[in-house]
Design a protein. Sequence first.
Length: 323
Amino acid sequence: MRKKRTFFILAILVLCLSGCMKENVSDELDNVGLLVPETVNDGVWGTKGYKGLLKIQSKHDVDVFYKESMNNDTSIEQAIKQYDQDGVNLVFGHGSEYADVFNRTAKEYPDIHFVSFNGEATEKNTTSLAFKGYSMGFFGGMTAAHHSKTNKIGVIAAFDWQPEVQGFVDGAKHQNKDIEVIVEYTNHWDDKERALERLDSLVKKDADVVYPAGDGYNVAVIEELKEEGLFAIGYVSDQSDLGESTVLTSTVQHADKLYELVADKVAEGDLSSGVLEFDFKDGAVSLGKFSPLISKDFQKSINQQVKNYIETGKLPNGKEANQ
């Protein structure tokens, strides 16, 4: 009888402890939605968002949804309404174009946390994720200047506010004070025709290494550079698979890792509002695979300088990356 009573008491204690443990586990992540301006099959930016979404689905065992071609306010607002009906409480807008809409509509959906990239986040349930593009551009510029034989290199950027563009220029100048960096703009992330026109202009000016800093056209530009026997610095993804004899290295943004990090924080009830910045030290930015055309000595040197930057916060020119 005493043994039975002891067993009964122990069983109650186990149940109580289990109940207490469950109460202390905060899992506030329900379902997750993704909005992309073009497609998840672009092999670059959109694909990274989709991969991040799948990582969340696998790790947290939640339903995930995505919608493509979400590039105007009306379609975005309709998608948010649908996601709300689907029980989504975390929505990623895969770009800066979603920030304004999210800030404007966030109060209507207090149970949803809205996450965008490289924009403003003004409401308590909005967050913007920002890559420190200046530093990645700096190391990309160093690599381009090191390899250039004409002493002229180029950038085809989408917009003049991209910090990686100035970083690229400054990195190139640090590597070679005599280098000329020519910057052209498309004023659109996805305008391949305009980007190829800008490339033609750079080639005519003898630029032999080009940084296509736009995720919607960089593949087309790299393919054309390959045809011309010229060189590229890849953008957003490790683009060495497009040709190791063309892509010298890439400035990689690991957006998929940020998706997983954000979902973890939402599950823990610990995602901050406002702008959150990520850099090399967070594992959110890196250099891609180096071309065999880049000497082992230079690879070793620049990898050490990246390591120093991670440890000290100072770039090879002795300055801190403020962008």
